[in-house]
Design a binder for this molecule. Structure first.
Ligand code: 6CS
Ligand code: FE
Length: 312
């Protein structure tokens, strides 16, 4: 593996992180890769995902599973030995925890859920292939204190910093506590996944040490004029739902979330599945690849389990 960024003229289909960002342009790849793929989503749900780049799914976890995940979350947050590993991201202000990465490697409970057919079949159906786990994390938004996330496309980061070739990946944001309108739920501009919004500013060395804290970022946030135009065109959808429900969203969805000033914590598990046909390589616009706990380079497919749906 080389450790230098590709030259900007190497035929990159999604140029970004240049001093002057090029204007937004249409996505160059499909969203639903095989509309005939079998799986848990109905044809209407698959069409809605294709159109919007996002879909709410009820009850992906049982009450017992959400309780087990919350217990594990508390254990990981209290584990002092994890703090120095980089996996634990502190809040930008105060000493709370914002995120813990690679939870499926730290906890058998999370590993089991990430590998379950209930979650992975959704990804396999949308991406039209086997999938592997690119990233997992728990985002804590503590009551009163939890900070927000500005508007961005995850694919913009995964492409530039991790070397992900195409937006053939998706996230499942799984509510471990109830997500209501007041505790900083996910917001998405439905339809904006069809536009790639380049970000101005070169990626600094070791940028992950600061970027994940989310404040005053020199590279990565989506251009505000582009967000404004897309939100005027498509509106903004807020995803609320009880613990155990989930939102699936395309890697190139434009999304954000507000801080949590409510008295109710908002804790979500994020699982990023990438197609096995879209393995990451050399970063497109960063000096060095990020650590494996942010961007896995183990491309083992999530095993298909009984109850999974065979391809037609
Ligand atoms: O850098 C990343 O990979 C992550 N950052 C954000 C703000 N969203 C998704 C992703 O986990
Ligand atoms: Fe994100």
């Amino acid at each position: 593996m080389t450790t230098t960024a590709r030259p900007a003229d190497a035929g990159d289909p999604y140029p970004t992180r240049t001093a002057e960002a090029p204007p937004p342009f249409p996505r160059r790849h499909p969203v639903v890769w095989n509309p005939a793929a079998a799986g848990p989503l109905s044809a209407a749900e698959l069409a809605a995902y294709d159109r919007d780049g996002c879909l709410h799914v009820e009850a992906v976890l049982t009450a017992g599973q959400t309780a087990a995940c919350l217990a594990e979350t508390g254990r990981l947050a209290a584990d002092r030995s994890l703090r120095a590993s980089g996996r634990v991201v502190p809040e930008p202000d105060g000493d709370g925890i914002r995120s813990v990465f690679e939870v499926h490697a730290l906890s058998e409970t999370f590993r089991e859920i990430v590998h379950s057919a209930r979650l992975a079949d959704i990804a396999r159906q949308i991406l039209g292939s086997d999938v592997y786990v690119h990233q997992t994390r728990v985002n804590f938004k503590q009551a009163f204190e939890g900070s927000g996330f500005g508007w961005h496309s995850d694919f913009e980061t995964w492409h530039s910093e991790d070397g992900m070739p195409a937006p053939r990946a998706l996230s499942l944001s799984v509510a471990l506590t109830d997500n209501g309108p007041h505790n900083g739920p996910l917001m998405i501009i439905p339809g904006a996944h069809r536009t790639f919004v380049p970000s101005a500013g070169e990626t600094p060395p070791d940028y992950h040490r600061t970027s994940l804290r989310g404040k005053n970022l020199p590279a990565g946030p989506a251009d505000r004029a582009a967000v404004t135009a897309l939100a005027r065109e498509f509106g903004i959808r807020q995803f609320t739902g009880p613990a155990g429900s989930a939102t699936a969203f395309d890697a190139n969805s434009l999304h954000a979330s507000a801080p949590n000033v409510s008295p109710f914590p908002r804790t979500n598990l994020f699982v990023v599945y990438n197609s096995v046909e879209n393995r990451i390589g050399t970063p497109y616009a960063a000096p060095r690849p990020r650590p494996a706990y942010l961007a896995s380079r183990t491309f083992t497919p999530v095993p298909r389990r009984a109850g999974d749906h065979a391809d037609p």
